[in-house]
Design a protein around this ligand. Sequence first.
Ligand SMILES: Cc1cc2nc3c(=O)[nH]c(=O)nc-3n(C[C@H](O)[C@H](O)[C@H](O)COP(=O)(O)OP(=O)(O)OC[C@H]3O[C@@H](n4cnc5c(N)ncnc54)[C@H](O)[C@@H]3O)c2cc1C
Length: 277
Amino acid sequence: MYPPKFGYVIPDTIDEAVSFLKEHEDAKPLAGGHSLIPMLKLRIIRPSYLVEIRRLKELQYVRKEGGYYQIGALTTHYDVVKAGIPLLSDTAARIADPQVRNVGTIGGSVAHSDPAADYQAALIVMDSSVVVYGPKGSRTVNFADFVKDVFTPDLKQGELITEIKVRDFSGYRWAYKKLERKAGDFAIVGVAVLAKKDGDKVTDLRIGLTAVSNKGVRAMEAEKVLIDRTPTEDLIERAAETVMKSIEPPSDLRASSEYRKRAAKVLTRRALTELLR
Ligand SMILES: Cc1cc2nc3c(=O)[nH]c(=O)nc-3n(C[C@H](O)[C@H](O)[C@H](O)COP(=O)(O)OP(=O)(O)OC[C@H]3O[C@@H](n4cnc5c(N)ncnc54)[C@H](O)[C@@H]3O)c2cc1C
């Protein structure tokens, strides 16, 4: 289907983009367009203007400072892969296919807040925050609070995501396990795990899931099963079982709720076995 008619604006600066968006209530920022254009074509949204931000160079960077990575909102998934960020780069590598990864951006994915987006699993366990810039200046929101519901980010008209911040988890081991119907598809379930050991003991463990709720979920009860313990096959099984019992995933065209629960258990067990045994 063709999209409805819209105006197209190419601002030179972030401030120009923000002020145009503020003045035009149903204008939408356009980053990679890999979620926005399909929504336009399906006529789910009918913006008056698209404001092309994707060429704003000042939002394309990855820096490391004070134990955190700062990632400009317009950094493509491919550039996130190349940055070698513990867990996040491996997660970005599992998004869709090379075409989507070359054009889609981390800021666009976070703003879109798709409950099945791959980043949701990693960002929920990485002490992440989202920097938002708007007519009233800049504010920083914890990632866990930023996604309010399905496709509902904490963004007001005129506000742009400028940066995603994640803690540097060097010294941890990590894995992102994704079950998909076919290569390049969205996750049926995705499980991101960060683990730290001291000798035989697990000193820190973080388990995040995508596609099992209205937003990314952190499985804290399951983490507690292994923290301060020496991992055994039994404990790993118990942790995976706890993940399964702690979620109530939706049923949709990709999978039933029951199938997702079981898949979450299997993927968690696989990730924990790989990282801890
Ligand atoms: C075929 C296909 C397969 C895909 N498979 C996967 C997958 O397996 N896993 C996955 O996670 N994703 C997948 N995606 C989605 C992809 O990752 C998108 O790139 C991403 O969701 C949106 O990023 P974008 O830069 O394209 O944003 P856009 O499509 O340009 O924008 C998305 C939304 O965010 C808003 N927006 C964009 N940037 C900003 C900003 N800086 N500040 C405020 N609002 C902003 C836009 O107005 C729009 O509402 C797939 C997409 C396609 C087309």
